[in-house]
Design a binder for this molecule. Sequence first.
Ligand SMILES: [Zn+2]
Length: 104
Amino acid sequence: MRIKKGDIVVVIRGNYKDKKGKVMMVFPKEGRLIVEGVNMQRRHTRPKRRGEPSGILEKEGPIQHSNVMVVCPSCGEATRVGIMKLADGKRARYCKKCNELMER
Ligand SMILES: [Zn+2]
């Protein structure tokens, strides 16, 4: 998967189409990720201890990585991510629109 924690992505299909958010977690094995503010799910919580908040908690649920595109930090466009090998042998991601490296 070419998306990493901390990336800004935009949702390209589904209920949250066109919503932008930060990647909070990635699950590479399942090809899923959690994006801030996307796919909110309600959970009813009961306080375990006195003084804890109870009621309805909203929490992000995982979405398929194919439903999002990475937003390039250089050109600000939703883009496809390429991988290139650097002179030191490391792999780096780059934006296929402006060709800038995306690593920070
Ligand atoms: Zn770019």
